[in-house]
Design a protein around this ligand. Structure first.
Ligand code: FES
Ligand code: FES
Length: 160
């Protein structure tokens, strides 16, 4: 179809190919693969609900043009664990800490946590606050999210 481009990329470790329209963003592309963890809320890069990793860097999927992921590696919250596996330590830490109420923001916070701990395995409270300055939780579970990130950091250091 006119204005469509063929792209191939790694999606949660699997090679995939598709056609994308020039206006499609990465949230919409992920939805086409039935991945709904990254949610579009503000659509302006202000809330972090759509955070995913592109080549291990956290990005706002709502601001990422789908065609730009051609040849790259995308990781979403769905890629952290599968049905028959234990949860990823970051997911487990969010549950253990009660770090959500409605859960709308949670996939974004979890993927941001993965990016943060890859850069900084032992972040201070200030490091965490700074890193998450673009992620909003309307339910106000920030203290529990702080606990979850610190627990996840401990778990990942232990298993490193
Ligand atoms: S929906 Fe992407 S940052 Fe808010
Ligand atoms: S848990 Fe509801 S928005 Fe964060």
């Amino acid at each position: 179809m006119a204005n469509e481009q063929a792209i191939s990329f790694q999606l949660n470790g699997k090679h995939v190919s598709t056609q994308v329209a020039s206006h499609l963003n990465l949230v919409e592309l992920l939805n086409q693969f039935s991945l709904c963890g990254a949610r579009e809320s503000c659509g302006q890069g202000l809330c972090g609900c759509c955070s995913v990793l592109v080549d291990d860097q956290a990005v706002s999927a709502c601001l990422t043009i789908a065609s730009t992921v051609d040849g790259k590696s995308i990781e979403t919250v769905e890629g952290l664990s599968s049905a028959n596996e234990p949860l990823h330590p970051i997911q487990q830490a969010f549950i253990d800490s009660g770090a959500f109420q409605c859960g709308f923001c949670t996939p974004g916070f979890i993927m941001m946590t993965k990016a943060l701990l890859a850069e900084n395995p032992d972040p201070s409270d200030e490091d965490i606050r700074h890193y998450f300055s673009g992620n909003l939780c309307r339910c106000g579970t920030y203290p529990e999210i702080m606990s979850a990130v610190k627990q996840a950091a401990r778990l990942l250091r232990t298993h490193a």
